[in-house]
Structure formats: C-alpha cells, structure tokens
Write a protein of this length. Structure first.
Length: 127
C-alpha cells in the first residue's frame, strides 16, 4: 500500500488549504492556512526540495504567474481545502479547488487518504 506523506500537518483543528502532489511518484499532501495561496504553498515545497521553479500563466488570470503544476520530479494532481480535528485526530474528505490553477481535489488521491491517514489519525468524522 502506498502511504501519503503529510507536510505541515496543523496542530490545531479547522479548515485548511491543501495541495496534492506526486513527488517522485509518491503522494504528498501539503497543508496551509486558509489565507495562503495554493501557488505559494507549492512554491515553498519546491524550494524546500531544491527543484527549479518554472513560472507559468495562471489559468484564471493569465497576467499572473504561478509555479508550474508539472515539473522535474513532481506533478500537482489536486488543490482544495480540508477540515481536520486535531483534538480527535481526524481528517475529512477534501473538497473545493484552486482559482489560479482551475483544478479541484483528485478523486484517486482522496481515496488514498482513506487508507493512509496520518499515523494515529482516522479518516472521516464517524467510527
């Protein structure tokens, strides 16, 4: 079974932005605060990994540049939001999408989250 790597897993509960990435074909879920932009979350991840960043036009606002969703060793497969309960150690089904990239969350990645929540956590709100 492929396990998901969770980056910046919040210590408090709430609604968070997420970026779903395949990095060297391994699934990575990146969390950010709701005020952050998906493009900045992706940029920070790529910088951390030492990957050169190619800037491309936003799909919604072509006059704005965003990091490419595809590049050397990575591919963005989804973007959106996710609720988590840190107190109960639960993650929810992702939803929403990204304005700049004009994509939502990836159904295949979403299914993987069900079988690979963070260690010691559960997927969903019921037992």
């Amino acid at each position: 079974m492929t396990s998901v790597e969770y980056r910046c897993l919040p210590e408090e509960g709430g609604l968070f932005k997420i970026v779903q990435v395949l990095f060297e074909e391994r699934p990575v879920l990146i969390f950010g605060r709701m005020g952050e932009f998906h493009k900045n979350m992706l940029r920070a991840f790529l910088e951390e990994k030492g990957i050169p960043i190619e800037m491309v036009p936003s799909r919604k606002y072509p006059e704005h540049k965003v990091p490419s969703p595809d590049g050397d060793r990575y591919r963005v497969v989804g973007m959106g939001e996710m609720s988590i309960s840190a107190a109960y150690k639960r993650i929810s089904k992702p939803g929403g999408g990204s304005v700049d990239y004009q994509i939502g969350t990836d159904p295949a990645f979403d299914e993987l989250l069900k079988t690979s929540p963070p260690e010691g956590w559960k997927y969903g709100w019921g037992d």
